[in-house]
Each structure stands twice: as structure tokens, then as C-alpha cells.
Design a protein around this ligand. Structure first.
Ligand SMILES: NC(=O)CC[C@H](N)C(=O)O
Length: 313
């Protein structure tokens, strides 16, 4: 299909949402963060933002959900812009793990004890520790400002209920963070860095906004709406590479074969996918598979990639 055929594309999105909604039956909403367990399992929405700024949506595209691990891309962007790649990669690796996103095992067994990549929780907590500022608010603001610019929504904010819920139940993440402090990867106040991590994971968004973020990534940092280069191409390149190798956790290899688009998922059910030079995609479907990826969301992306020939490989 020609991407300039907007009505054909709109019809395709609507058909796909209708035909894929039933997939949610195969998954469950995340419950380890109690507030996420309240999400309605059968919701499904998609937005596509072409690199010229054209936006198309279908299904529950105006429903807000928290970014969760999708936000790890943007904390990494801030760290890369503040310090450059050498500094960042002295403290966090570039390798996929094959382990679940919250696993602790390789932190101890691999030496030096730095997290394998910035997409797993240990790596993202290490990245949060690199974001400078006089207070947690000031540090969070750096991420929020980037997201507000990229999405075009100046009102983006943290979902307080989800943030509090995660903070109160985050023993595993706390364990990872204190291990990182012991290894010298994290410095300063561990609880403050954890607080920053919980807050950036709890930023609320819709698929419309996620698609816009992804479109800027797809265009190597160029925002067609403001006609500005929002961050260096090099930063976009690094982020998209992590999305391919680690963005879907220990299902990244399978996703690369079945879908073939740089993507990042979160446990609230969102997926952000960036098709280089073509489009950004935001998907939301809260029922997850056993790896923590949206079941219906992955299926929709698989169908869309197939229909529009979007695989980068
Ligand atoms: N996979 C995810 O989305 C995990 C993010 C979540 N905030 C956590 O730390 O557990």
C-alpha cells in the first residue's frame, strides 16, 4: 500500500484493530504494580504518525496509559545528550541479556558488574543515576521537557497513582539499585535515583503521543511539525539499535524476525515502534504475554509490518 493513500491506511488500521482485539484473551494485565492490575484487559488502540507529521489512529487511541519501560529510551537520550556515549557506556553495556527485564542474576555473575544494557531495569536505573540536577524534580524535568517537545503535548505529566503504587511495591528494583551502588555504578542517594526511575516510568501518554515520539526517532531526531532537529542523529541511531536488540526484552529476537521494526514495550501494555524514515507507531493493549509484552500489540505490529512491508531487514 502507498503511504500517501491515507484513507486506505485508515481503513487498514481499523480492520486490524477489529480483527486483533480478541488476542487479549491470551494474556494478562501486569499485577506486580497493583495500580496496573486495574487496567481493562481488552482495550486496543493504534496510532501511526508518518514522518511528514500525518497522524492516523484507530481503536482506543485516546486512552492514557503509563509509559513504563518505553520511558527508558528517553532517559537514555537525556543521559547521552548530557554526557556523550563514552561516559554512558562505561556504566551500562550494549548487549542483550536473554533474561527477563527485572532479572538480577547477571549483575552478579558478569564482571565488571555493570548492567548488560539500558533497556533492562538494572540498566535503566543506572541511566537514571546519570541524569544530573539539584533535585529529583529537576532531573525528571529534563526527561519531561524532551517528551513534551517530541510529542507536542506541553501538559504531559506523571500519573501519581501508578507512581505511588510502583514505589510501594518495588523491592526487586530496590535490590537492583543497591547492588549497583555497591558495585560503584550508582553514586549518591539511591532512593532519589529510584524515585526518578519510578516517576519517569509513570508518565502518562496516549498512542497518539507515542506515535509522535516514534516518528521523531524514525526521522533521526528531526521533528516535521516544529521543523527542528531535536537531538543528534547519533543519539537516534543508538536508541533504535537498542530497540532492535533489547527493546522487547527476551523476545527481541523473535520480534525482529516476525516484525522487524525497532520497538520498545512497557508493562502497562504500550509499544513504541519507529520505522526508519517512514513512520512512528504507538500501540496500546494492556494484556501481556509471559515476557511482559502486549499480546495484541505485538500481533497488530506483525500484521501491519506484513501488510506495509515495514521490516528493516
Ligand atoms: N517492563 C517494564 O515496563 C518495567 C517497568 C516497571 N516500571 C518496572 O520497573 O518494573
Amino acid at each position: 500500500m502507498d503511504l500517501t493513500d491515507h484513507s486506505g491506511l485508515q481503513q487498514l488500521l481499523e480492520d486490524m484493530i477489529r480483527d486483533t482485539a480478541g488476542e487479549a484473551e491470551k494474556g494478562e494485565v501486569a499485577s506486580y504494580i497493583p495500580e496496573l492490575a486495574r487496567q481493562e484487559k481488552h482495550m486496543l488502540g493504534i496510532s501511526v504518525c508518518l514522518v511528514d507529521g500525518t497522524l492516523l489512529s484507530a481503536g482506543d487511541a485516546n486512552h492514557s496509559f503509563t509509559l513504563q519501560s518505553i520511558s527508558k529510551i528517553f532517559s537514555l537520550m537525556v543521559a547521552l545528550c548530557e554526557h556523550g556515549p563514552d561516559y554512558v557506556f562505561q556504566r551500562v553495556g550494549k548487549e542483550p541479556t536473554g533474561d527477563p527485564f527485572n532479572s538480577i542474576i547477571k549483575l552478579e555473575t558478569i564482571k565488571p558488574h555493570k548492567p548488560l544494557n539500558p533497556m533492562i531495569n538494572a540498566g535503566a536505573i543506572a541511566v537514571a543515576g546519570m541524569i544530573p540536577g539539584a533535585s529529583v524534580e529537576e532531573r525528571l524535568d529534563k526527561i519531561l521537557q524532551l517528551l513534551r517537545k517530541m510529542s507536542g503535548n506541553p501538559d504531559l505529566r506523571v500519573n501519581e497513582k501508578v507512581y505511588q503504587s510502583e514505589k510501594q511495591t518495588a523491592d526487586r528494583n530496590r535490590a537492583l539499585a543497591y547492588f549497583l551502588k555497591d558495585s560503584g555504578i550508582l553514586q549518591g542517594d539511591v532512593e532519589e535515583t529510584l524515585d526518578l526511575y519510578f516517576r519517569h516510568c509513570s508518565i502518562d501518554m496516549t498512542t497518539v503521543e507515542v506515535a509522535r515520539l516514534a516518528a521523531v526517532l524514525a526521522a533521526d531526531g528531526y521533528d516535521a511539525r516544529s521543523r527542528e532537529q531535536l537531538f543528534p542523529r547519533e543519539v537516534a541511531r543508538i536508541c533504535k539499535t537498542f530497540m532492535i536488540t533489547c527493546g522487547m526484552y527476551n523476545a527481541s529476537g523473535e520480534f525482529a524476525i516476525d516484525v522487524g521494526i525497532p520497538a520498545k514495550s512497557g508493562v502497562a501494555g504500550g509499544i513504541m515502534a519507529a520505522v526508519p524514515q517512514r513512520m512512528g507507531i504507538g500501540v496500546f493493549g494492556p494484556a501481556l504475554d509471559d515476557k511482559g509484552n502486549s499480546v495484541a500489540g505485538v500481533k497488530v505490529l506483525e500484521k501491519l509490518s506484513d501488510r506495509l512491508d515495514l521490516s528493516v531487514f
